[in-house]
Design a protein around this ligand. Structure first.
Ligand code: ADP
Length: 165
């Protein structure tokens, strides 16, 4: 039987426990999952694609069916090359829905062999977004419990002056 491969695309700037929750649940459904860091719209990213990959690789190291990669350009083309048939996306709140719905419809019009699977975020993670994590970290707030430890460390390095006092 053919392997069921899913791609989990995103900015992952940085990866959070919300993302990890989706990955852990997808592990039970798919033979292989590729966490794919998009770097075509990376201009306003805090972390470089290399830093993101390093952090994600560390976080998913206990999951042998999960791999990490980057892509630029059209997700559908990347997925075809990777022989993946499902794009995985997380939904936190209804506010995510409008954008995700249009994106999924557009992607399907580009390639109707590929489906988007939405997973609802776990109840403990619905308020976590990479954007708010960066905001809190930049103001010197504690992000432990919201992101894995290696990510919290990296955030501290990005905003060192705020962490001293
Ligand atoms: P993008 O910039 O493409 O939205 P993100 O890195 O912010 O990428 O997120 C990638 C995917 O993970 C998106 O589908 C997003 O909705 C989902 N996601 C982000 N944070 C969470 C969370 N806390 N719980 C569940 N899903 C999440």
């Amino acid at each position: 039987m053919e392997e069921k491969i899913a791609v989990y695309p995103g900015s992952f700037d940085p990866i959070t426990y919300g993302h990890l929750d989706i990955i852990k649940r997808a592990v039970k459904i798919f033979d292989k999952i590729i966490v794919a860091v998009a770097h075509n719209y990376d201009k306003q990213s805090l972390f470089t694609p290399e830093e993101k990959i390093e952090m994600i690789t560390e976080v998913v190291k206990g999951y042998p069916t999960v791999s990490v990669d980057t892509f630029s350009g059209l997700l559908m083309e990347y997925m075809k090359k990777a022989k993946a048939t499902v794009a995985l996306r997380g939904l936190r709140a209804t506010s995510d829905f409008e954008y995700e719905y249009h994106m999924a419809a557009m992607n399907r019009s580009l390639d109707d062999e590929i489906d988007t699977l939405f997973m609802m975020t776990g109840k403990d993670y619905f308020f976590i977004s990479s954007r708010t994590i960066k905001e809190v970290a930049s103001l010197g707030g504690a992000v432990a419990g919201l992101v894995p430890e290696n990510v919290a460390r990296k955030l501290k390095q990005k905003f060192p002056q705020r962490q001293k006092g």
